[in-house]
Design a protein around this ligand. Structure first.
Ligand SMILES: Nc1ncnc2c1ncn2[C@@H]1O[C@H](COP(=O)(O)OP(=O)(O)O)[C@@H](O)[C@H]1O
Ligand SMILES: O=P(O)(O)OC[C@H](O)CO
Length: 377
């Protein structure tokens, strides 16, 4: 593997907008990383069980990461002109609403692991859902749960007057993090395109897994206006050209939720192949092929990827765990028994065994297979 620049070598840039950090990596033609930049991003906890991020900070830190990677790229002797396109991956389900005229977010981003809608979820399960948490599984593959975007958007509509006003004025846009980043990178109020990809859309609880379009039934169920939703694209097509930033003019040509991106990146392209990725949370995804199948024991059905507008979608079963690396952050920042993440290993190795004590980090309840919002660590 070489990282020596060559005149002819084409490059591909990626931006991964995660829950704990944002990183920009630029790859060479041998899939080697030729430049990278990573910046941590803060989480905000305004109330117990609420988890937010400053939506503008997501954009400024993404832009900083792009700049940092381009600086490293040119320092290493590569030419920015050789970057052929940009791919985006992102923390999924996190919900942003913004005003398309002012370009301003109407609230902080509500993160995927936020639990403020636990009661709202029960309201829907026991009301329209007639006691069945899985009553929408056949359409969207998901149980009614605060994890997914639909309830977060419903909460914003019910609790934030500026969101309601923007909807009335027809200036409100909703998006998961991919949409918010794409809209900003393609020119925002001037020329921003309002788009998402099938994998991210499959985590909103508003998309029909088979048609890959917003579902009238789901929009009715949660009473969500269609006008706020982005256009759904495949995971691999032209989304728009980047305006501004160090990537100005580069086409955004691929978008995937981060867990689906890591699945594809690990080469899980045949049914039965699976991967597990550890970041803030941890997510096991298994490729199930081109037919939708449902779990009877608490796994999610989700779109794994669709490689082009005319391509058949490939689906996955997913076991989601909300807290993985985040517990290391908790040991560091809350329990203060380690200084930095790497110290956890060393500390764990100082004891023979666990003395019979188990700690389950259910900081956001328990996800798969329990989907229990009340569980606590
Ligand atoms: N050496 C390490 N050992 C264990 N956990 C780590 C280590 N380094 C970082 N982490 C944890 O991994 C998480 C960040 O991983 P990252 O891939 O940046 O997440 P994300 O994709 O969710 O933004 C943090 O919660 C951090 O505490
Ligand atoms: O930020 P990560 O890497 O833990 O991924 C978050 C997931 O996409 C949430 O569904």
């Amino acid at each position: 593997m070489t990282t020596r620049p060559t005149e002819e070598e084409d490059l591909i840039a990626t931006l991964d907008v995660g829950t704990s950090s944002i990183r920009c990596l630029i790859f060479g033609s041998q899939r080697q990383v030729v430049a990278k930049h990573q910046i941590d991003i803060k989480r905000l906890y305004p109330h117990p069980s609420w988890v937010e991020q400053n939506a503008k900070e997501i954009i400024t830190k993404s832009t900083e990461c792009i700049q940092g990677a381009v600086t490293e790229l040119t320092f290493a002797g590569y030419k920015i002109e050789k970057i052929k396109g940009l791919g985006i991956s992102n923390q999924r389900e996190t919900t942003v609403v913004w005003d398309k005229v002012s370009g301003e977010p109407l609230y902080n981003a509500i993160l995927w692991l936020d639990n403020r809608t636990a009661d709202l979820a029960e309201f829907f399960v026991n009301g329209k859902g007639q006691g069945e948490r899985d009553c929408l599984q056949d359409i969207c593959g998901l149980p009614i749960h605060p994890y997914f975007s639909a309830l977060k958007l419903r909460w914003l509509m019910d609790n934030v007057p500026t969101v309601r006003e923007a909807i009335t004025r027809n200036t409100c846009l909703f998006g998961t993090v991919d949409s918010w980043v794409i809209w900003n990178l393609t020119g925002g109020v001037e020329s921003g395109v309002h788009r998402t990809d099938v994998t991210n859309a499959s985590r909103t609880m508003l998309m029909d897994l088979r048609s890959l379009q917003w579902s009238e039934k789901l929009l009715d169920f949660f009473d969500i206006p269609r006008a706020v939703l982005p256009v759904i694209h495949s995971s691999s097509q032209l989304y728009g050209a980047t305006v501004g930033t160090a990537f100005a003019g580069k086409p955004i040509a691929g978008v995937l939720g981060d867990q689906m991106a890591s699945m594809l990146g690990h080469g899980c392209i045949t049914p039965g192949t699976a991967k597990n990725t550890y970041g803030t949370g941890c997510f096991l995804l298994a490729n199930i092929g081109e037919e939708v199948k449902f779990s009877k024991c608490g796994l999610l059905t989700t779109v794994a990827y669709q490689l082009g507008p005319g391509a058949k979608p490939v689906y996955a079963l997913e076991g989601s765990v909300a807290i993985a690396g985040a517990v290391i952050t908790w040991l560091q920042q809350n329990l203060t028994i380690i200084q930095k993440a790497e110290d956890a290993d060393e500390l764990a190795n100082t004891v023979q065994d666990n003395g019979g004590i188990y700690f389950v980090p259910a900081f956001s309840g328990l996800y798969a297979p329990y989907w229990d919002t009340e569980a606590r660590g």
